[in-house]
Design a protein around this ligand. Structure first.
Ligand SMILES: *Cc1c(COP(=O)(O)O)cnc(C)c1O
Length: 416
């Protein structure tokens, strides 16, 4: 296994970022940045974000003036987006989850997490590990959650609105969880807040599934990632009950987790221009791309706004295409199925200019290769071209099969 721990993951990320930087430096004339019409690098992660600002905004970015102005502008826009009584901007969604867990959970407590499909975002279990003597359970089966989810010492219920792979929570399940929580609160007289990790869900659930905002179902806190399916900076935006936001905010300030003025400014501008049109166009395109891909592949799946192939799918695809003699001749115990996901993502980047999450991601996140057609860069990429890029990248992967030295070089260094 080549990518087996956080250090290796950071190393492959550095290799990918170095490639992107070299690419941008070498193509300066055509590349005034992502989103430019002439780019040949396409960010299809769905996390491309953006940093919208005008010169008046920039002149206000001072340490105290900045937050004074932009927090005030943020409040009404964020309440409209997420609901709630009070809002808080954070460095990342992970920062907001950490601040909430530090604020609402103590030693001896139990925390339960429900999501449409495991695994959860790693920041949730990792944050909980920082508090001694807590217990944590996660469920993706609602009946099991109803039977075993909430215990007498449960102090926080976390619900993920849409997973890293865009598996979306059903409205029915969400309502059951809120109902169960209400019953437990009534029986014990103890408050059990519901925190919704709505990183992409705050837009996906609403634009695509016609659901309501998490707060409208009875959640007490909701947090979203401001670079997912909207043109914002990497950041976290939280809203909810005033008393809870107050204590989470105080924790955030103690540990430096709160967003600084430039991020708040860019979140404000992203919320101003947000509309669900790009997301809805992505849905239309994905059916066409799925059809094109099905001529060569069997294991790509549709996501709400694009297509994806996960670890098992990629393995099945490789096994069905690879020459069996090569398989038996190569000593392949060193390389894992997960490594092939990172490799495919890295070939897509370094050979085809397509950025997908596994090549550039932070440690611990999903290794699924997702092509998000609601991405801004997808507007400039014709579906036949994308189909061909995916075919060529997969052929390259087959060529590299068994050549572990070369695979290592592509994961951690650069192509010659
Ligand atoms: C992206 C994501 C996060 C983390 O967001 P960051 O901004 O990277 O911290 C947390 N939970 C889910 C479900 C996500 O998709």
């Amino acid at each position: 296994m080549f990518i087996k721990d956080s250090v290796n993951e950071v190393k492959k990320r550095e290799s990918a970022l170095k490639f992107i930087n070299d690419f941008i430096s070498n193509n300066k004339k055509e590349n005034s940045g992502f989103g430019n019409e002439n780019i040949q690098l396409y960010d299809l992660t769905g996390l491309a974000g953006g940093f919208l600002a005008n010169s008046e905004d920039l002149s206000l970015l001072e340490t105290y003036v900045g937050p004074a102005v932009f927090e005030n502008r943020l409040e009404p826009l964020a309440k409209e987006h997420l609901g709630g009584e009070k809002v808080l901007a954070l460095n990342r969604t992970s920062s907001g989850l950490l601040a909430s867990i530090l604020a609402l959970v103590s030693g001896g407590d139990h925390v339960v997490h429900f999501l449409a499909e495991l695994p959860s975002h790693p920041s949730i279990p990792r944050s909980l590990k920082l508090i001694n003597n807590t217990s944590y359970s996660e469920f993706d089966n609602i009946d099991k959650f109803c039977d075993e989810g909430i215990c007498n010492n449960t102090s926080l219920i976390i619900v993920t609105g849409s997973t890293m792979d865009h598996k979306v929570l059903s409205e029915k399940d969400f309502e059951k969880i809120v109902h169960l929580r209400n019953e437990k609160e009534f029986a014990t007289g103890k408050k059990i807040p519901i925190l919704v990790d709505d990183a992409s869900g705050a837009r996906l659930r609403i634009a695509v599934y016609n659901q309501k905002r998490a707060i409208d179902y009875g959640a007490n806190l909701a947090i979203t990632s401001t670079d997912k399916l909207m043109q914002g900076p990497r950041g976290g935006l939280m809203a909810g009950d005033g008393d809870l936001i107050n204590i989470v905010k105080s924790k955030a300030h103690q540990f430096g987790l709160e967003a600084q003025a430039p991020t708040i400014m860019a979140i404000v501008n992203a919320l101003k221009v947000y509309n669900s049109k790009a997301i809805l166009e992505g849905i239309e395109k994905k059916d066409n791309l799925a059809k094109l891909l099905s001529k060569n592949f069997d294991n790509f799946e549709k996501t709400p706004t694009g297509i994806m192939i996960n670890e098992n799918g990629l393995k099945a695809e490789i096994n069905s295409k690879i020459n069996k003699e090569i398989v038996s001749n190569s000593s392949n115990s060193d390389i894992s199925d997960s490594d092939y996901c990172f490799l495919f993502s890295m070939i897509l980047l370094k050979k085809e200019g397509i950025i997908t999450i596994p090549s550039v991601s932070m440690p611990g996140v999903s290794n699924t290769i997702r092509f998000d057609l609601a991405s801004k860069d997808a507007l400039n990429l014709d579906l036949n071209t994308l189909n061909n890029k995916i075919i060529r990248a997969f052929d390259e992967l087959l060529l590299l099969y068994g050549n572990n030295n070369e695979i290592k070089r592509i994961l951690f260094d650069n192509f010659k």
